[in-house]
Ligand binder design. Structure first.
Ligand code: HGY
Ligand code: MN
Ligand code: MN
Length: 424
């Protein structure tokens, strides 16, 4: 087992093939959650897993679980997984690298006729990105009970399409109860999506923590009126108020170490150049690895919006509809041990992005494996990780999972190796 390695070329070819689904001219991927393209990607994943002897299950939120039997199938599986949905200007690697590293683990075990002590499972989580439907990490969040199933299925996109209907339409509104998988550990491989590993010239990031995130829907209600006839002092200009808040988000993030603040989505009504905007809806995304700092950022943000509403006599609503506190990964040492065994350079790191492993950590020992990405760029079509970097990450995933599988079986007093007569 020590010498077992993934097939890096096969992993790379699968990444490129998956990247064709929703592929963009700039070489990225636009494959939003629960679209026909998402269906194509899901179908391809299921086909690839079935070819390695997996059974496929789909739960009531469209999460997919590909399970490869082990020696003792009543023992909890060692699981991995990530997401196949992308940002509108996504790349070929965010999420997909983790899913296909899991597929490569299955393929490596299958072609070497290895039966692991426990089952091995690879999952695809619905709508991790939170772009078409909110919040992010929706599938894993519903799975672990952070979100209510029905409420999340009823979420709609900007065109009023309901997520539950879309999952049914693409054939991925399953029957399996949420949270019902028998798993004993969860590991997710993912590109770092930041510049640190590349700058530090490390092959692997041992992820110790996922930073806290707060998402808001902000709505500024002013009054439409004519841009040519309304004196400045009589205006109820929603755009100017929104602009002050957007500028403050940047200032707020810069006031705190590791503070991050972003406005990525905005709807202007009536969006006509000679009508003073009467209504503006926009997103706010605040992050920090320190929960107390994130709480302070939240308080200052809400207070600032209240001040703008008062000063400009506008109605401004701030809905902090999603929050998760920084999360520690308690199986990171498994990742570190596998990385050292394989001889890859590594460093401890924290995750700036949210990941499904952040929610799986509610249920089972979880860990994450980061690989570098070029110039730290992600959520961009030029996102890139090299074949060698992907291969290293998948090898660490393979050995992390094998070690965990043996540990779970040993702890249960179950066989960890196939006996000769069983093989004969
Ligand atoms: O928002 C995030 O961090 C992730 O990309 N869903
Ligand atoms: Mn991701
Ligand atoms: Mn992402």
């Amino acid at each position: 087992m020590e010498k077992l390695r993934v097939n890096g070329q096969r992993l790379w070819d699968s990444l490129m093939e998956m990247g064709e689904i929703g592929g963009t001219e700039k070489g990225g991927c636009n494959r939003l959650a629960a679209t026909d393209l998402d269906k194509q990607a899901r179908d391809l994943f299921c086909d690839w897993c079935k070819a390695t002897g997996c059974d496929i299950a789909i739960d009531k939120f469209g999460n997919i679980f590909a399970k490869r039997p082990g020696l003792n199938n009543d023992l909890p599986a060692v699981a991995t997984g990530s997401h196949l949905d992308t940002q509108p200007t996504g790349g070929k690697f965010d999420g997909v690298f983790g899913v296909l590293s899991g597929v490569e683990v299955l393929r490596t075990l299958h072609e070497n006729n290895i039966t692991t002590p426990t089952p091995i499972e690879v999952s695809v989580w619905t709508n991790e990105e939170g772009s078409r439907f909110q919040p992010a990490m929706q599938g894993s969040g519903v799975y672990v009970g952070r979100f209510d199933l029905q409420k999340e299925l009823d979420k709609t996109d900007v065109n009023g399409l309901r997520l539950g209907d879309e999952l049914a339409r693409i054939g991925y509104l399953g029957e399996e109860e949420l949270g019902s998988r028998n798993i004993g550990a969860f590991f997710e491989a993912h590109i770092e999506q930041g510049p640190i590993l590349e700058d530090e010239e490390k092959a692997i990031g041992v992820v110790r923590l996922g930073q806290g995130i707060r998402w808001y829907n902000v709505e500024v209600q002013g009054r439409e009126s004519h841009s040519g006839t309304t004196p400045m002092h009589l205006r109820k200009d929603a755009m100017v108020a929104a602009g002050k808040i957007v500028t403050e988000i940047e200032a707020l993030a810069n006031r705190y170490e590791n503070g991050l603040g972003t406005v990525g989505f905005m709807q202007v009504y009536p969006n006509s150049r000679n009508t003073i905007p009467g209504n503006i809806k926009f997103s706010a995304d605040l992050r920090n690895p320190n929960p107390e700092v994130l709480a302070t950022m939240h308080e200052e943000f809400v207070a600032f919006c209240e001040g703008v509403a008062k000063d400009r006599d506008l109605d401004i609503s701030v809905d902090n509809f999603w929050y998760f506190a920084p999360v520690e990964f308690n199986a990171s040492d498994d990742v570190k041990a596998a990385t050292e065994k394989l001889g890859y350079s590594h460093m401890d790191i924290y995750a700036g992005a949210g990941h499904d492993a952040c929610y799986m950590a509610d249920l089972v020992p979880s860990g994450m494996i980061f690989t570098p990405c070029e110039n730290g760029i992600s959520h961009n079509e030029i996102e890139y990780s090299s074949p060698e970097q992907c291969e290293a990450g998948a090898n660490v995933l393979l050995h992390t999972m094998l070690t965990a599988s043996h540990r779970i079986a040993e702890a249960a007093g179950a066989p960890t190796e196939e006996s000769e007569e069983e093989i004969a």
